[in-house]
Design a protein around this ligand. Sequence first.
Ligand code: SF4
Length: 392
Amino acid sequence: MFFIEVDKRAVFSNYAFVFRYLIVFKGKNMRRRYSRQIMVGPVAIGGDAPVVVQSMTNTFTRDVGSTVRQIHRLEKAGCEVVRVAVPDPASAEAIKAIRKKIQIPLIADIHFDYRLALAAIKAGADGIRINPGNIGGVKKLAEVVTAAKDAGIAMRIGVNSGSLEKDILKKHRSPTAPALAESALRNIERVEGLGFGNIKVSLKSSDVRTTVDAYRELAGKVDYPLHLGVTEAGGLYAGTVKSSIGIGILLYEGIGDTLRVSLTRDPVEEVRVGYEILRALGLRQRGPEIISCPTCGRCEINLFSLVDKVEKRISHITTPFKVAIMGCVVNGPGEAKEADIGMAGGRGVGIIFRHGKLLKKVKEAELVDTLVEEIETMEAGYYTQKGKENAI
Ligand code: SF4
């Protein structure tokens, strides 16, 4: 449930010309910046649409088979929009074949060469991501905009701290937040000047504070949907932490309509982390949430391996159950009782709870199978009772 409220401060602010309605989510008490809604294929981004989770393939796009296989894995993980790099004409051409074999909308990522953007649009991309500043001047940008307009597709203006315009960099001395915001505003004006408003914007830096400040600055000046991300965030640990903080702060402030977690990893991990960020903020849920303790000297079962195995075995489930897997009886039964399915460890055994009711005591060797079986049974029942539409 949500309702729309006018942000009175904005009305009297210097940016009163900008629509700054905030959507207030009842119960969560989280406000969300108003943004106009755009469509990427059938996926709505902005407005009252849920925050969309994206990822990017790391295969050679011209290798259709590998790219399609990776996109299928991403789809299975819940990725809603996928981006592919288009560094050469063969990659642009490949979009035609890839598009036919995937379910989710595809965005072509273009740098420098406007002809690749034209070719990607012609090949059926559902959206393009460009940096208008490096696409080769106003005339070439106009050609790309006209092609996107004719195809009815959206464009992401992707400003990146690594590719800022020389004059902006000179003025600000380094890729600061105001520099990123200035570049974004300049590029937005360029595209608007060509009569195009079907856009979303990203301004990414590998520095978390810069990223947050830049998005904050832009969010008050335009009403376009914002694509969040901390770029080149790093490996699984560093990247997850940086993305969770950067994207998390912005989402908590109601800023952001779609996100991509950038990791030097299998992109499927990006999707998982994206959903965990949204889940932690109570914005979206996908798949079971596993609550498990860190273990201590009281734990008398192999909890690490148990959690790992259960996590892998239930990764196909999309229903948002709460599964508690706890090491002992100190906090175990309490947590386990609060969850849909819970387990509290004992000496070589586990006590299983379903919706707070004690179900059975199981030997450690049988715990993984029993928990997975219970979760799958519950999933089947969940669908029967509430319908698949309750899961995302
Ligand atoms: Fe230790 Fe038990 Fe708490 Fe786990 S639940 S951390 S084993 S006291």
